[in-house]
Design a protein. Structure first.
Length: 409
């Protein structure tokens, strides 16, 4: 790394591997003057800032100046789509939520209607933002969209999403960019990321709660069932975004919304439990309805959730054996004690002791905000990756007009 660029130094600072000029010299082998010259454009752009650090020794040496990524210099718009609702938010680049809104939205109405509604809600978020603090469209550096279906990372388009008819292959990034440009006046080329919901949740939970875990697995059980994996700090998506689609592993003979029979989601998802509760005389419309019953301690919901946990636990025995994660996290509408108990009953009984010896089985820490936070984290990872950061720095404006950077992302 003797020729480390400004972008590479930024990466070291963001990951916490080097947070002073002296540490950057030691890690890169660069001369002090070279480190200074390569930090200068980062400081000028407002991407990093210097803060007083602790004294270098107990004898009262001069405090080292610490370098840190300034996550507040630009803002992110993010939306999490569920089957019947959407959560939208304004965040900084660390994933700190500045404002959010939750409202009804049906994915069955199709992508065009959904994106128009998101545009309206993003507009309202910015209209009520504190403009005296410089919050406005000019500071938006990108947007992220979390969707309950497989996404091809190369095209950012959904690939045959089972519960999103009409969404497959739709040009979501281009359409969302056009909506934001029309409503907010952002650059039509504003970076727009579209990603699977479980993937974004996994990324957020790993970065914010388990940053040292090199193999992290999150399973979301809501209307459907899906999994996200973070391996060595990055998302594992498979060849075309299909990794983690465990909801369609065959387990029992029951019809599934995907058109097949026997899928895990057909017997153990929030949708499946809502149907069973309704059939047993407890009218329940969706996975969120099951969640409300579980929170109230309804005995039938508790019983069915535990049974569903056992079914999912049986599948996860194989998944955990193959992936060998350090953390297995459960998230979504069903991720409460009854479901978790069912998972553990099967997983620890059937998996080899070696597979679970160092495994933590936990529930979500970030809750309903995980997808929003994951969108901000992923966008920051992409915009400030070393090579892309260097290209942007070639045309980026100084910090006082940082909002103009959206055209070079």
């Amino acid at each position: 790394m003797s020729q480390a660029s400004s972008g590479h130094l930024l990466g070291l600072i963001r990951r916490g591997r080097a947070t002073t000029r002296g540490e950057l010299q030691r890690v890169t082998g660069l001369a002090r003057s070279t480190v200074g010259s390569r930090l200068e454009p980062l400081l000028r752009a407002g991407w990093i800032r210097e803060t007083p650090g602790p004294a270098e020794s107990s004898t009262g040496g001069r405090p080292a100046v610490r370098l840190e990524f300034d996550a507040s210099h630009a803002l992110v718009l993010a939306a999490v789509l569920e089957t019947r609702s959407a959560r939208v938010a304004l965040l900084d680049l660390s994933g700190r939520v500045l404002d959010e809104h939750v409202g009804p939205l049906s994915i069955a109405d199709g992508p065009d209607r959904a994106l128009d509604l998101l545009g309206e809600r993003f507009t309202r978020l910015l209209e009520r933002a504190p403009h005296r603090d410089g919050v406005g469209p000019a500071r938006i550096c990108g947007a992220g969209l979390s969707v309950p279906g497989p996404v091809d990372a190369a095209t950012r388009r959904l690939v045959d999403p089972p519960i999103m008819p009409g969404w497959g292959g739709h040009p979501l990034p281009e359409r969302m960019g056009a909506v934001l440009a029309e409503r907010l006046g952002t650059d039509p080329a504003l970076p727009i990321l579209v990603e699977n919901d479980a993937n974004l949740m996994a990324l957020a939970e790993q970065r914010h709660g388990h940053p040292d875990c090199s193999a992290f697995l999150l399973v979301k059980v809501s209307t459907g069932i899906g999994a996200g994996m973070v391996i060595d700090g990055g998302l594992y998506r498979g060849i075309d975004g299909g990794a983690g689609d465990i909801g369609h592993i065959r387990t029992a003979d029951a019809p599934c919304v995907c058109g097949s029979r026997g899928c895990l989601a057909a017997v153990a998802s929030g949708r499946a439990l809502a149907a069973r509760l309704t059939a047993e005389g407890v009218p329940t419309a969706s996975g969120s309805g099951v969640r409300e019953l579980l929170e109230a301690g309804h005995p039938d919901a508790v019983r069915l959730a535990r049974e569903a946990g056992r079914v999912v636990g049986d599948v996860l025995t194989t998944v955990v054996t193959v992936v060998n994660p350090g953390v297995l996290m459960l998230a979504g509408d069903l991720a409460g004690p009854p479901f978790l108990t069912g998972i553990r009953e099967l997983l620890y009984r059937r998996a080899l002791p070696r597979t679970t010896a160092h495994l933590q089985v936990v529930t979500s820490r970030l809750g309903d905000r995980a997808g929003l936070i994951g969108a901000a984290v992923l966008l920051a990872d992409e915009l400030y990756a070393p090579e892309r950061a260097d290209r942007r720095l070639a045309t980026v404006a100084p910090a006082r007009s940082v909002g103009r950077t959206t055209s070079v992302a």
